[in-house]
Design a protein around this ligand. Structure first.
Ligand SMILES: CC(C)(COP(=O)(O)OP(=O)(O)OC[C@H]1O[C@@H](n2cnc3c(N)ncnc32)[C@H](O)[C@@H]1OP(=O)(O)O)[C@@H](O)C(=O)NCCC(=O)NCCS
Length: 216
């Protein structure tokens, strides 16, 4: 069993603590909100500010971000500047990792995630429950895949792409870097970078406003 500290104390952080399984001893969370220090979340302590993980002899996973701020994970990883081998890869015991599939450091696969075969998931990727990634899919660093998403074979999510809950992505289709797909959307054609697309078939809603939530 290895020690693990989770960066963030919000919903995804607590879901990751619950997903960690018997391979990990979760020591607690770190968060920059001083009001949280000394309190507990999901039965685990808030150990201190984010930067304190640098001094801790534990593996780390960064579990921040939501649809309004999906660049936060990248900014924290860059700020911490930790070597890749400090990062844990958290696979819920019920996640199914098919032959030839790889998952990068700092990534989290929640309950019931399926990678069928030859799926490549980068670093610091968040995959919510019951997502299905099929053969030859490629998911870039910092991407987020919400619950119930289905990716057809050979689909590509570029760096930081956010695919909302229950969305479907047709086989071979590419979602550009830092673009967001609204929940329940059906993506039939390639999506450029930095755009928000919604609906069935998915169409551009607007450009992604990454000024409040910058790419870097
Ligand atoms: C796409 C999204 C980011 C837009 O949010 P928003 O900027 O607050 O947009 P609004 O709710 O003001 O909607 C703007 C328009 O887009 C439409 N719209 C928004 N989300 C939509 C969706 N998922 N599918 C279809 N249409 C959508 C709205 O009906 C509205 O249309 P109108 O102008 O004709 O009335 C958001 O709806 C979404 O889907 N987020 C992902 C949520 C998710 O997956 N969460 C899971 C993890 S917690």
């Amino acid at each position: 069993m290895s020690d693990l500290v989770i960066v963030g104390a919000g919903g995804f952080a607590r879901e990751t603590a619950a997903a960690a399984g018997p391979a990990w001893r979760v020591l607690g969370f770190v968060d920059d909100d001083p009001a949280l220090h000394g309190t507990t979340r999901a039965g685990l302590p808030i150990l201190g500010p984010v930067d304190s993980v640098r001094e801790m002899a534990a593996a780390v996973v960064v579990c921040v971000g939501n649809p309004r701020n999906y660049t936060a994970r990248k900014r924290i990883v860059e700020r911490l500047g930790l070597p890749a081998d400090r990062y844990a890869t958290i696979l819920h015991p019920s996640a199914s990792i098919g032959a030839g599939s790889v998952v990068g450091p700092g990534s989290v696969l929640l309950a019931g995630t399926v990678l069928t075969a030859d799926v490549t998931v980068g670093s610091h990727v968040a995959v919510m429950p019951q997502a299905v990634l099929t053969h030859d899919d490629r998911v870039g660093d910092y991407a987020t895949i919400a619950s119930g998403v289905r990716l057809g074979g050979g689909a590509v999510l570029e760096t930081g792409a956010y695919v909302g809950a229950g969305a479907l992505v047709r086989e071979g289709v590419r979602v550009g870097a830092w673009s967001l797909i609204g929940m329940g959307s059906v993506v039939l054609t390639d999506v450029p970078s930095d755009e928000i697309w919604v609906g069935s078939p998915a169409r551009k809603l607007r450009s992604a406003d990454l000024t409040a939530s910058p790419r870097s």
